[in-house]
Design a protein around this ligand. Structure first.
Ligand SMILES: *Cc1c(COP(=O)(O)O)cnc(C)c1O
Length: 459
């Protein structure tokens, strides 16, 4: 018989995790103001809050850490990292930063001015935050298909070329660059096709605008291009990555995702002008140019992580696990953003908690229910995360309302996936009894979901 699929690694080190009782969880969630970010990690059994910085490093990465060069200036580890980034992307200039949002902060301090408009495909929350805090506008030009969670199309993360053209023709002078997020996290970890990257570049060239890739999950995006896009089936992931970046002028990177390190990020570009501009902000915000907030050993691990995670086997193991969880939810009829994304399953809370009004945040309510059910910590990617409109200060209910189950890389087994699916099924089976949601009692002006305090209604 044909052998079943299995992981392309084996486990060398383990960390115990602990279950809790429903009574304990009721108490802990209350103490955390019904915001799972504020739970203690030890109060969580299976932690799907994020896939960011939560991956398991490989033996090669740990070994590389031992040879980290901690020199303040000109560290050998910086050059190893820079060479790997250049080999993969072709970018000449590299600025290290302590994580992805720091890369945004440094580069946008140079590029974004009040009144600017930055078109792109569903800007990530910190990206949007760094644009809006500079009194500029993040203009979403994602394809409309992304809004229909039940539609099965291969590249739901794409930029809509028509929306992008319209933005450029109407606001040309206010647009400093175009941003493409690969994969499109906010739309459900959905990939962007090579054809779309090429199209965006053509449109950008027509208006003489640079293109920036928000690259946290570029390797997962390359995997989807290989398995879904005609003409790429026989190319290696590294060849695909190289072609992807031939359509960009620069990138910001959260290395906590596809470089499988616990902390780290960078800016890379071929534009000398961006490099010179960003440099002056790196030093006061992040540190000197050859470490930018990272230890030498972390840059070593980052270089190895980039190399390993642009190999097919590693990506296949990861993405098949996410698909495995998706198939379990299919068995139970639980709706999520289809097809399964690269790093997470985005459960469609609006379609499940149909008795909870939008104003009471269905996805946040479902996040609480899943935690109470089994100690599983997901994350709301919905109306809370959407923040208020900067002008009207009204809640934004126009997008999607998801509970994201982000799967850390190389951390959990498929047995854990079975537990997650079963817990969600139990909540799903009693969905009609859940009629009240949550109410905000305290919130920050921007990026409120991290610190928001909530009250559970009707309880
Ligand atoms: C995580 C992420 C960021 C921000 O990176 P941090 O390392 O968390 O600061 C930016 N964009 C995307 C698409 C991300 O997923």
């Amino acid at each position: 018989m044909e052998l079943p699929f299995a992981e392309s690694w084996r486990i060398k080190m383990v960390e115990p995790i602990r279950k809790s009782t429903r009574e304990e969880r009721e108490k802990w969630l209350e103490e955390a103001h019904n915001n799972v970010f504020q739970l203690k990690a030890e109060q969580v059994y299976i932690d799907l809050l994020t896939d960011s910085g939560t991956g398991a490093m490989s033996d090669r990465q740990w070994a590389a850490m031992m040879v980290g060069d901690e020199s303040y200036g000109g560290s050998k580890s910086f050059f190893k990292m820079k060479d790997m980034i250049k080999k993969l992307t072709g970018f000449e200039y590299v600025i290290p930063t302590h994580q992805g949002r720091a890369a945004e902060n440094v580069l946008f301090s140079y590029l974004v001015k009040a009144g600017d408009i930055i078109p792109g495909n569903s800007h990530f929350d910190t990206t949007k935050g760094h644009i809006e805090s500079r009194k500029a506008v993040a203009l979403d030009c994602t394809v409309d298909e992304a809004k229909d969670t039940q539609l099965e199309v291969p590249f739901k993360g794409n930029v809509c070329p028509k929306k992008l053209e319209k933005a450029l023709s109407e606001h040309k002078d206010k647009i400093p660059f175009i941003i493409v997020t690969i994969t499109n996290n906010t739309a459900g970890g959905q990939p962007v096709s090579m054809e779309n990257l090429r199209q965006v570049k053509e449109i950008a060239d027509k208006y003489n605008k640079p293109v920036l890739f928000d690259s946290a999950r570029f390797a997962e995006n390359a995997y989807f291009i290989k398995v879904r896009e005609k003409g790429y089936e026989n190319k290696t992931i590294k060849e695909i990555v190289k072609e992807m970046y031939s359509y960009a002028d620069g990138m910001t990177m959260s290395a906590k995702k596809d470089a499988i390190v616990n902390m780290g990020g960078f800016i890379a570009t071929n534009k000398a002008e961006w490099y010179e501009g960003a440099k002056t902000f790196c030093i006061p915000f992040e540190g000197y140019l050859t470490y930018g907030g990272m230890n030498g050993r972390d840059m070593e691990a980052l270089a190895v992580g980039l190399d390993e995670n642009t190999e097919f086997d590693n990506l296949e193991t990861r993405i098949k696990q996410v698909e495995y969880l998706g198939k379990k939810l299919d068995e139970y009829g639980i709706p999520y953003q289809r097809p399964a994304g690269g790093h997470a399953i985005f459960v469609d809370a609006d379609k499940i908690l149909t008795c909870v009004p939008k104003e009471e945040f269905p996805a946040q309510t479902l996040t609480c229910e899943l935690y109470l059910e089994a100690g599983i910590r997901g994350c709301e990617i919905g109306y809370l995360l959407a923040d208020r409109d900067p002008v009207t200060r009204q809640n934004r209910f126009t997008g999607l309302d998801f509970v994201r189950l982000a799967i850390p890389r190389r951390v959990y087994t498929n047995n854990h996936m079975d537990v997650i699916a079963a817990a969600l099924k139990n909540v799903y089976d009693r969905r009609e009894q859940i009629t009240r949601g949550v109410e905000i009692t305290w919130e920050a002006e921007l990026m409120r979901h991290f610190t928001v305090q909530l009250k559970r209604l009707g309880k």
